[in-house]
Design a protein around this ligand. Sequence first.
Ligand code: NAP
Length: 351
Amino acid sequence: MKQYETYMKKCFELALKGEGGTSPNPLVGCVVLNREGEIVSEGFHAKYGENHAERNALLKITPEIANGGTLIVNLEPCSHYGKTPPCADLIIEYGIKKVIIGMRDVNPIVSGNGIKKLTDAGIEVVEGILEAEAKKLNEIFITNQKEKRTFVALKTATTLDGKIATSTGDSKWITSDKARQEVKRIRYKYDAILTSSSTIIADNPTMEHRNKLILDRTLKTDFKNADIYKSGNIHVFFDETLPPPEIPDINFIPTPTIKEKLDIEFIIKKAYEIGIMSILAECGGKLNGSIIDYTDKIYHFIAPKIISDNTAKSAFDGKDIQFIKDTLNFKFDEIKTFEPDIMLTYYKAHK
Ligand SMILES: NC(=O)c1ccc[n+]([C@@H]2O[C@H](COP(=O)([O-])OP(=O)(O)OC[C@H]3O[C@@H](n4cnc5c(N)ncnc54)[C@H](OP(=O)(O)O)[C@@H]3O)[C@@H](O)[C@H]2O)c1
């Protein structure tokens, strides 16, 4: 099994090349070995609607080269006609004798059926190689498929004392250039970034991204001049009782409010309806304090700096928890260093 783990890790590396392009499809990489056990082809799923990883890998070689060989792939091959024909059929056609899979597909149209098609054709199937890693790689896809909802992540960058800005609102920059480069990489993984009117007014951020969700209840941001509106598809959520402004190229979405705050649950549901399968929230403490109730994953950058002022802005605000037993709890995932800063990732405790 050990040798399969090495090839599976290669599949993960290949799969990641599709990051940012495959949604709502999963990230998939594939390695093909000939009957002598030598790598003869590799492929990955690059873009939604285009060939799947297995098809890309196999079409680079002839059936003569693949015949009697092994195919390694991080997700169960598909068995149905979607945007492309079934990968399982091509694997059979190419004379592959063994298929190594990271995880079963969670898509009910595929789950188990791809494997059945292969085994019915006499192919040996080995499942569950580096399954936990395979599931983590496709955590967004799994959430979308199983729970029919958008995956929500939140990024925050704080000082050692948990502050995101001084009392004057100065926040540039708490973390290093290296850490901020990593934020750009993380953003790319997600279908959309989400931020608030307050953060736009305080920082005038650009937040380069293909899709931007802006929470501007009272329509107070400068839609003509603020840098955030200069690129990407823009969706602005605002109080449904106000008339929407007539500004071309911005999708204004009337939104219900609860106690003078936009309804976050409505926003996340709406995002799913418009095809946004994952969100990275990048906002200040107040909105973080609301979004946290819907957050699956936190990326927490910490810079070795201290502000030491209880009027400075905190990363999370507005919950008013009196007892430790009532805290929101998260499960540690990993730590990375972007010197001099660190990045911690957490999941909701029940994950
Ligand atoms: N270090 C970091 O990672 C980071 C990231 C982003 C921002 N920041 C800093 O954060 C500061 C802004 O923080 P902030 O706490 O003032 O603002 P915020 O949390 O970014 O936004 C809060 C505002 O969002 C709007 N909002 C709409 N629906 C909401 C809901 N359901 N719950 C909460 N808010 C909702 C409200 O304004 P309306 O009701 O008027 O629309 C509210 O005042 C800036 O100084 C910025 O530099 C830091």
